[in-house]
Ligand binder design. Sequence first.
Ligand SMILES: [Zn+2]
Ligand SMILES: [Zn+2]
Length: 136
Amino acid sequence: MTKILYKGSCVCGKTSYKAYNLKDVSFCHCAQCRNMTGHHMASCQADRNNIEIEGSVKWFYTHDKSRHGFCENCGSQMFWQNDNRPTISVTAGSLDDSKKLKVRHNIFIEEKGLYYEINQNEKQYSGYGNNNFADD
Ligand SMILES: [Zn+2]
Ligand SMILES: [Zn+2]
């Protein structure tokens, strides 16, 4: 199978990545993601061995095993990772070219902000969903 290559970078350009075979965009409405990103988190998941990061990433744990990664220099939100999962997520906004990616689903919808609505045509899950982030 041909691997699709995506590239992304932060605002200042000091941190960048290459990722292969990203999944479609997941919107996380949990309180931590909203607090970290200023709205809801929009990110695309890849297997950890399908991503190469260059530059200096600072990680912040919002939960025991759950961490957000951002450029140490400019603070751009770029990554999310749970230490128990074999995947890493890159923020949709950091992609140079999102190619054919679409919205995959919405998670933690019970914690969404009151000032916006979720598109009713998109899949919605409370928490991670009953399939716990597997393909859906
Ligand atoms: Zn930067
Ligand atoms: Zn979240």
